[in-house]
Design a protein. Structure first.
Length: 290
């Protein structure tokens, strides 16, 4: 299975799961008198749309290079991640606003059975986070990683709702707003998570140096190629699920230009074979000083 297929399959999993959970949470929140659950439903609804954005981003970013995009379309993926963060911030703002309004408004205690619903949701969302995060690591997808964090933030908001409802039910009348305070706390966590998702995507757009482990692996593979004496500069930029590399390789100064050219091609082919996530590889040949 290719990286794109892995990411697409995980995204469909997110879309279907979030759609079902949005319905379950919405109904449970309405009939169970729990705004924390209703807030959860709002987040799951925005998650559906953000997952569709992730799906579009994955498919678009994996389009082949063309005349106008010689390095491919991979940079579309972090741009989609920014939109996903926008959805997260929007949902957090709505939840915070409604929570503040509800804190000062008298309402009934949540129903006890809502805790069963929340417990099930927490387990499912944590499982979803771990599954999608694993797929994001396998496919090198930043937008899929953002989608995974949607699941984790959803699990945290559900934990907050569980605590709030438990406090309201245990302490009884006068503590109905504990449910709303839980939703407000959850919105703050979503804002924080939004930053954690946004920061790596910004680094990708800005070609920030974040790939030391990959550079080490590239140097190790390069020195296994017969004729490559050593390596010098190694620059990496991530675009979508691929890493584009510029590597300076040192070769014997006595060899011909033709031999140096052939070595560069051999090194490039070896790197792409040994490290499949590499995209464009540019080899610059440097002569030894002796």
């Amino acid at each position: 299975m290719t990286n794109e297929q892995t990411a697409v399959k995980a995204t469909y999993f997110s879309i279907i799961g979030n759609a079902l959970l949005a319905i379950i949470k919405g109904l449970a929140g309405f009939f169970g008198n729990s705004y924390a659950l209703t807030a959860d439903a709002i987040e799951s609804t925005t998650d559906i749309f953000s997952s569709f954005l992730v799906l579009f981003g994955i498919k678009y970013s994996n389009r082949p290079a063309d005349e106008n995009h010689p390095y491919g379309h991979g940079r579309a993926e972090p741009l989609i991640t920014f939109l996903v963060v926008g959805f997260l911030i929007t949902s957090a703002t709505i939840i915070a606003y409604e929570s503040i309004n509800n804190i000062g408004t008298p309402h009934e205690l949540p129903k006890p059975w809502t805790l069963i619903v929340l417990g099930t949701i927490i387990i499912w969302k944590e499982y979803s986070f771990r599954l999608v995060m694993k797929r994001s690591m396998e496919s090198n997808s930043s937008s899929l990683k953002a989608d995974a964090w949607h699941h984790r933030s959803d699990a945290i908001t559900s934990v907050a709702a569980f605590i709030g409802i438990s406090i309201a039910l245990f302490l009884g009348k006068g503590y109905e707003s504990a449910d709303d305070w839980a939703a407000l706390f959850a919105s703050g966590f979503i804002f924080y998570n939004s930053y954690l998702i946004f920061r790596p995507a910004l680094g990708e757009i800005m070609d920030e140096h974040l790939n030391e482990d990959l550079i080490t692996a590239i140097r190790e593979v390069a020195q296994q190629v017969d004729g490559i004496v050593n390596t010098e500069k190694c620059f990496i930029r991530k675009a979508g699920m691929k890493y584009h590399v510029e590597l300076h390789a040192i070769v014997n100064s006595a060899i011909t230009v033709k031999e140096g050219h052939e070595l560069a091609h051999l090194l490039k082919d070896t790197l792409r074979e040994e490290i499949p996530e590499l995209g464009h590889v540019l080899i610059h040949i440097e002569p030894t000083e002796y």
